[in-house]
Design a protein around this ligand. Structure first.
Ligand code: AMP
Ligand code: ZN
Length: 428
């Protein structure tokens, strides 16, 4: 039983569909200022198989930044109905635009994803993602409604109210990030309830890397089944790849995306089954198509067929990043954002260190900051004021409040060679 028969389409027909859609995508992409230039020498007749996508140039996040705000659009702005954006206020953000058809197709992919792991229209879904520019809010929301589930847009935080809503309205499906799920189970117990007696049965977890052990831990402590959900704003948001009930990797929806896994150094495809960088081409998006987008996420194709009968290939859980992006509590942070903020402050010296660690059940970020001698005064209140100011400035940029530790000039050990800016001591 599938949400859409295309999920079990035989591979030959699926490839034929991809070829047809890829050609349309290239022709359409050329209507945008960016691809008009980038693809000017490309001959559409070069595409006869899906793997011919390799003949096209890559698109990177820097390309998106350089085209901010409208350079990637294939049509006038008044034909768009939605915008999402990545975090970051000092660096140029990346903005993603959707036409009404793009929103509809995204909702369909999301509904399919949820159906695939066992959600049905009789379920009640509570979305604990923040709503706003993050796609985990509205993306999940629209998909859930499309499937016909009663949808509760609880948003992030306020666990006490979350628990009440879950109990009062018999929530059976939770959308929750893994790091919050571990904390949530503890809060449920603190409120005097037994997680085993909560009405939930399915958790859609994603947005940040997590191990199989963490999944099992959430399943055991919450008495729930967890399904891995993969996506990114550049590719719509969630609903790009999703686990089915067999929990053996995530099916990439290949009627909507052409997926490749490449060696991030050489740009060449890796041998089947080996880990590399996921590269994605959108083949159903009309407003802002992306060709060979470098996701920087590392994963591999899982060889063989899934027992569920779906023919769309599966990717393994994301094992890391090809760049230095940190994901903490579902929020993406680049060390460079922290650096830019700190270096713009007159009190800050040359060196800093970002430390990630686990405290209880939640992950934390601490920034050690060297302070120039003239500001490193004896008055505690002055220092505390400075500490708060740094925390607030960083929070405006990275959207999380870090712990800040002020240290004396030259006290952070210098590494030989490339500076070590991030120490990750999180419990894996
Ligand atoms: P955003 O564009 O803010 O939604 O962030 C997208 C990024 O979150 C991806 O490129 C991944 O690095 C990460 N991500 C999303 N889903 C997962 C997942 N299921 N497992 C691991 N990382 C994920
Ligand atoms: Zn499957």
């Amino acid at each position: 039983m599938y949400y859409d028969p295309v999920e079990a389409l035989d591979r030959d027909s699926l490839e034929a569909l991809q070829v047809e859609r890829l050609k349309k995508t290239v022709a359409n992409a050329r209507k945008s200022p960016f691809y008009k230039e980038r693809l000017k020498d490309f001959d559409l007749d070069e595409i006869t198989r899906a793997s011919d996508v390799e003949k096209l140039p890559f698109t990177t996040k820097d390309d998106l930044r350089s085209q901010y705000p409208y350079g990637m659009l294939t049509r006038p702005v008044d034909e768009f109905v939605r915008l999402h954006a990545s975090s970051g206020t000092t660096g140029t953000p990346t903005a993603i635009f959707y036409t009404q058809r793009d929103i509809d197709r995204w909702a369909d992919l999301m509904a399919r994803s949820m159906y695939c792991c066992g959600c049905r229209r009789s379920d009640v879904l509570q979305n604990t993602s923040g709503y706003g520019l993050f796609t985990g809010g509205l993306g999940i929301h629209y998909g859930s409604e499309r499937l016909g589930m009663l949808t509760i847009p609880a948003g992030a935080g306020n666990t006490k109210r979350q628990i009440k809503l879950i109990r009062d309205f018999n929530v059976t499906v939770l959308h929750i990030i893994p790091s919050f799920a571990l904390y949530f189970a503890q809060r449920v117990r603190e409120e005097g309830f037994d997680p085993a007696e909560m009405p939930w049965r399915i958790a859609l977890i994603g947005a940040e890397p997590h191990s199989e052990e963490v999944r099992r831990k959430i399943e055991e402590t919450m008495h729930i089944k967890c399904y891995n959900s993969y996506g990114m704003s550049e590719l719509n948001g969630p609903g790009v790849a999703f686990e089915c009930q067999h929990q053996k990797g995530m099916h990439v929806w290949e009627d909507a995306y052409i997926a490749e896994i490449i060696d991030p150094e050489t740009g060449r495809p890796v041998p089947e089954g080996e880990v590399g960088e996921l590269v994605m081409t959108t083949i159903t998006r009309e407003g802002m198509p992306l060709i060979r987008y470098r996701t920087r996420d590392l994963t591999r194709f899982i060889p063989g067929q899934c027992e569920c009968g779906r023919t769309h290939r599966r990717i393994d859980r994301i094992t890391g990043r090809a760049d230095d992006m940190i994901i903490l509590k579902g929020v993406n942070i680049y060390p460079m954002q922290v650096e830019q903020c700190l270096m713009a402050m007159p009190e800050v010296g040359h060196n800093y260190l970002i430390e990630l660690f686990t405290e209880g059940v939640s992950d934390q970020l601490k920034v050690k900051v060297e302070i120039k001698d003239e500001y490193f005064v004896e008055d505690m209140r002055v220092l505390q004021g400075l500490q708060k100011k740094i925390a607030k400035t960083l929070c405006n940029e990275i959207l999380l409040t870090p712990r800040v530790e002020l240290v004396q000039h030259d006290s952070i050990p210098k590494s030989e060679g490339k500076a070590v800016r991030v120490v990750d001591n999180r419990r894996k």
